[in-house]
Design a protein around this ligand. Structure first.
Ligand code: ADP
Ligand code: MG
Length: 276
């Protein structure tokens, strides 16, 4: 819920000084200070510390509070399907994947350089998980992020195209703005001419200005279906691939890992069943 607008910055008039301070901090939207000033003031008196220590302590609390709010807000706005981190990723399950390489990407240097990352591989190997984990790292480091699947993107373009050009333009701007745009499931999709143009312009405009992460179980060459012809596909790929780290994951599907274990144990069950 958004905070109510303040119409009047009036000095609080309560007879109680603590209450006046509380009201003033609330009016100024300084929730971190409001929560901590009483404890900090008591510690200040007890420890006989300087007024500067007290002030610094108050400011630190406010900064922590504002940063927590920023994180929650940016994570919500990013539109991730879940909040899974690199620590939630079992690298042992995917031995072909270079953990050091992924951890290096988590430094977000690629975003600083406006470079791209592409995860390729069959379903269930953790492409989306890794893309979201890098997105979360980016937000923690102060980069704005937006996550969207190609299917949702194309669907939204179709809907907004009917509702009016203004909304479509706003959607375009919203995808252009973030430092990191994650396009999930860039697999084979038929797109209308409008949707194809939108995507072409979006990727072309982000070139060397912002980063992209793609996930797909089809190679880059399959994008021709999306961009309608060879020249446009090559134009866009040329820009994207120029500064792109490509990570191919060849392992087993994590979604099927329990099923695989279960299947491996079924012959024993079967033989027992036959004995009975
Ligand atoms: P993909 O995008 O490659 O189809 P996902 O990232 O959607 O795969 O992974 C499917 C599910 O399995 C998700 O819930 C994800 O968190 C989980 N998963 C995949 N690989 C791993 C892994 N190595 N360690 C932990 N969880 C994983
Ligand atoms: Mg996926």
């Amino acid at each position: 819920m958004s905070k109510p607008r303040v119409n009047l910055y009036e000095i609080p008039k309560s007879v109680n000084q603590k209450k006046r301070i509380e009201n003033a901090l609330e009016l100024l939207d300084l929730g971190g200070m409001q929560e901590s000033f009483n404890n900090l003031a008591q510690r200040f008196i007890r420890d006989n510390s300087t007024i500067y220590d007290f002030l610094e302590g108050l400011l630190e609390k406010e900064l922590l509070c504002k940063e927590e709010y920023r994180l929650q807000n940016w994570i919500k706005q990013a539109g991730f399907p879940w909040k899974k981190t690199l620590d939630d990723f079992d690298f042992k399950f995917q031995p072909g994947l270079n953990e050091k390489h992924i951890r290096e990407l988590a430094s977000c240097r690629f975003i600083e350089e406006a470079e791209n990352v592409a995860f390729f591989g069959p379903p269930g190997v953790g492409k989306t998980h890794l893309a979201v984990a890098l997105g979360l790292e980016a937000i923690h480091k102060g980069y704005s992020v937006r996550f969207i699947t190609l299917e949702k993107l194309l669907d939204k373009i179709e809907k907004l195209n009917v509702s009016g050009k203004d909304l479509l333009f706003r959607f375009f701007a919203a995808l252009l703005r973030p430092k990191l745009l994650i396009l999930d499931e860039m697999d084979l999709h038929e797109a209308s001419n409008e949707a194809s143009d939108f995507l072409f312009k979006l990727l072309a405009n982000r070139y060397e200005k912002g980063s992209l992460i793609f996930t797909s179980n089809k190679p880059f060459s399959a994008w021709e279906v999306l961009f309608k012809n060879k020249v446009r596909t090559e134009t866009i790929l040329d820009r994207i691939v120029q500064h792109c780290t490509t990570i191919q994951i060849e392992g087993e599907s994590y979604r099927l890992k329990d099923k695989i274990k279960w299947t491996a144990s079924t012959p024993k069950l079967d033989s027992r069943a036959q004995m009975n």
